[in-house]
Design a protein around this ligand. Structure first.
Ligand code: DC
Length: 221
């Protein structure tokens, strides 16, 4: 077997099932999993809690470069303080697109993400720009998607709320993530688009495992 790192990039919009699929895929492959959305959320949380204005791009980037950020095993911490629950709250969710649009922050995050991948024989990395920018040579690039309605229904089943309102919020966030100038959310031309609507996590994971095997055969690794 060759030493080609087994980097699997899972990109796509919010609510497409990336986290559940990535976690399950990583465990199936015996690889580690990195949630890069949690990294942007952690920087956002740090900025809010330290009173750094989100519009002050330089200050937020400086903060991103100096905090000790740890995202592992489903937990997220900044400077040793566990913030796993608070990064999923409304305040961070509403503000994170602004931080994710900050190019200097993105640069810091990408460096950390590449270092994470290079320190391992491989891994499953979930985000928006993993296949397009962070790991353009990933062994496999998957773009998971589903309609805003389907994603809103899933989210409401998890956290409650009104489906129409949730759908509107999802469309707004998609728009923000896909219209920013730095690496907007979009499927790269060499990624495989998988629509998760009406499909079980197991079925999607199985399809990706098959794609990985095919890819490895094709490149002889
Ligand atoms: O996946 P998530 O909802 O936790 O992502 C939070 C935000 O971070 C979302 O607005 C998209 C952004 N993000 C990004 O721009 N690039 C990534 N690689 C991951 C997330």
């Amino acid at each position: 077997m060759s030493s080609t790192p087994l980097i699997v990039a899972i990109d796509g919009p919010a609510g497409a099932g990336k986290s559940t699929v990535s976690r399950s895929l990583a465990s199936r492959l015996g690889l580690e999993y990195l949630d890069t959305g949690a990294m942007y959320r952690a920087v956002t949380h740090a900025a809010i809690s330290r009173g750094v204005a989100l519009e002050d791009t330089e200050a937020v980037a400086a903060l991103a470069g100096t905090i000790r950020l740890r995202v592992a095993h489903g937990r997220t911490s900044v400077d040793g303080v566990d913030i796993s629950e608070s990064i999923r709250g409304d305040a961070v969710t509403a503000a994170v697109s602004t931080v994710a649009a900050n190019s200097a922050v993105r640069q810091v995050m990408r460096d950390l993400q590449r270092a994470w991948g290079l320190a391992r024989a491989g891994g499953v990395i979930e985000g928006r720009d993993i296949g397009s920018v962070v790991f353009p040579d990933a062994l496999l690039k998957v773009y998971l998607t589903a309609s805003p309605r389907v994603r809103a229904e899933r989210r409401v089943a998890e956290v409650g709320g009104d489906v129409d309102e949730m759908e509107k919020a999802i469309i707004q966030r998609d728009l923000k993530d896909s219209s920013r100038s730095d690496s907007p959310l979009s499927a790269s031309s060499d990624s495989i688009v998988v629509d998760t609507a009406g499909r079980s996590v197991e079925a999607v994971v199985e399809e990706i495992v098959t794609m990985i095997a095919q890819r490895r055969t094709a490149i002889g690794s």
